[in-house]
Ligand binder design. Structure first.
Ligand code: ZN
Length: 219
């Protein structure tokens, strides 16, 4: 049935098969379904690197390791900026590398990434952004937005023309604000508790440290 946004049972959790080319391929509810079905979204009692406790944790790599979901999500981000003449998509390591690549593929743009260097971030490996080049910044999960701000700074210092920021999951309390157009596929505000006030501690729910998951990923 051309032109109709159908669910294809073979595709699985919430990804709609794109038919007709112009329809949205993923909505917030679809992404949430995918997060739950892939085990990316976990309910429980988690110790965050900040020392705060939370009742939910997102392990983005449960989604990013699935190209079919990542591609669909990135296609939707690309669609939202498809009229902006983007020629380069920039993300921060690690997840942003994958996001930039898939969004750039959908836009017919270049994909580059910004990585840690000293106390900040920089373009390495010969990557460059031309003066006035239309650049889109992408990120998988935004909580404080620090990584995205660092990428924005790199784009601006290179003289790039920043068209906006595309985010898969916005976990910030009040909505990510980078002073430019920002598109998020899903808002999932992070709920945190100080240990002494944590209701889960009071209930005796075992505290889990997402461990290397939190400590090793940069963003
Ligand atoms: Zn607790």
């Amino acid at each position: 049935m051309p032109g109709i946004d159908q669910r294809d049972p073979a595709v699985g959790a919430g990804v709609k098969k794109e038919q007709g080319g112009s329809r949205s391929v993923m909505e917030a509810s679809d992404l949430l379904t995918i997060l739950k079905e892939t085990g990316a979204y976990l309910n429980g009692h988690f110790l965050l690197t900040s020392g705060l406790h939370s009742n939910a944790y997102v392990e983005k790599f449960r989604v990013l390791e699935r190209p079919e979901y990542t591609e669909a999500a990135c296609r939707e981000l690309a669609r939202r900026f498809s009229d902006q003449g983007v020629t380069v998509v920039v993300g921060p390591t690690m997840g942003g590398v994958i996001l930039a690549y898939e969004v750039a593929r959908a836009l017919g743009a270049r994909a580059i990434f910004v990585e840690r260097e000293g106390s900040g971030r920089a373009l390495r490996r010969g990557f460059s952004i031309a003066k006035g080049e239309r650049a889109l910044v992408v990120e998988d999960v935004v909580t404080t937005g620090g990584s995205v701000r660092e990428v924005i700074q790199v784009v601006r210092e290179a003289g790039g023309d920043l068209v906006g920021v595309g985010v898969l999951i916005d976990r910030s309390a009040s909505g990510a604000d980078f002073g430019v157009r920002t598109e998020s596929l899903l808002r999932l505000p992070l709920v945190t508790y100080r240990p002494e006030e944590c209701p889960l501690c009071r209930e005796g729910v075992p505290l889990v440290r997402p461990g290397s998951v939190v400590r090793q990923h940069e963003s």
